[in-house]
Write a protein of this length. Sequence first.
Length: 256
Amino acid sequence: MNEGISITLGLILIIGTIFSYSFQYYKIYINSSVNGININTLSMGCLSTLFTMYASILLNLDKMSMFTIGLDVSQLILICCCWYIWLLFYMYYIRRQNNVSFSFYNRLIAEEDVVIDHQRTNYNFIFLSFCFCWIMLICIGTICIIIPHSQKLINIMYILASILSILQWFPQVIETYCSSIRSTLAIETLILNSVGCVLTIIYQCVLNGEKVLLMIPYITGAILQIIIVFILKFKTVQPALNLERYDILDNDLQIL
């Protein structure tokens, strides 16, 4: 009975993961912008799911042939992939927006040196965060291949994953609350992720008998994402940056 429920919940979580992140990718695509998305949250999300994925793979290396174990690990791999795809989307659109801002502000703003230096500093930090996440993916994967049966490595990765999972949504809450620009965060993604956290808590605590203390990252994530949803729903914001309009203006200025 429990195995059947575990399989059902596992499949629901996998399908829900695909749907939830698809909403976010689509919203970024149609807006051609990543306004309001915090790079610190995104980076910590990538690293947190990365550590969880590798730790789970190593921990269940000998049990991977069991369907329920394989399903659990597959879900963690999928979540990690979704976060890294989100990071790729972010980098692509922030790079595009960054280029438009440089050319546009260079011509229209008097204090161009201050503005451009500030933008380049922000972009440099984003680029370093992007590179760091991918370097960690490769390096930790290599370490796991070299010492796959190290319990100490597994414990360290689980501890790091828990810490990052607890912290990751705090920068986004602050950004969403303080920002006056319309955010491209998808409310549907946040809601589905929160529901996923609740289902995971039920799955781990009720069916697998895990301690509630170990579910603190999921509880924290669900609460903070719901807070972000309420902020997005009830906060008055300005329209997001229209990159296409700036592209047209920039082209006109180049002609002149």
